[in-house]
Design a protein around this ligand. Structure first.
Ligand SMILES: [Zn+2]
Length: 68
């Protein structure tokens, strides 16, 4: 279990879910089995491989290494 202080889950004006981890934004990718939600960095189109997985509003897995 990863617990961070500077994590916020917000819904933007366009209705999209965004996870803020520090200064990096993660977009919702998909929700898998058992309510686990996978997020990927909003720069994933730029081959950034950072991802986060949340379960019931807690981060259970985090790869917070960015290429930008
Ligand atoms: Zn990134």
């Amino acid at each position: 279990m990863v617990i961070l202080d500077n994590v916020a889950s917000i819904v933007e004006q366009n209705g999209k879910n965004v996870l803020l981890i520090g200064s990096n934004r993660f977009m919702k990718h998909y929700t898998g089995r058992g309510d686990r939600t996978r997020w990927r960095c909003c720069k994933s189109f730029n081959k950034c491989r950072a991802i986060a997985i949340t379960y019931q509003d807690r981060i259970i897995k985090l790869n917070n290494s960015h290429n930008h």
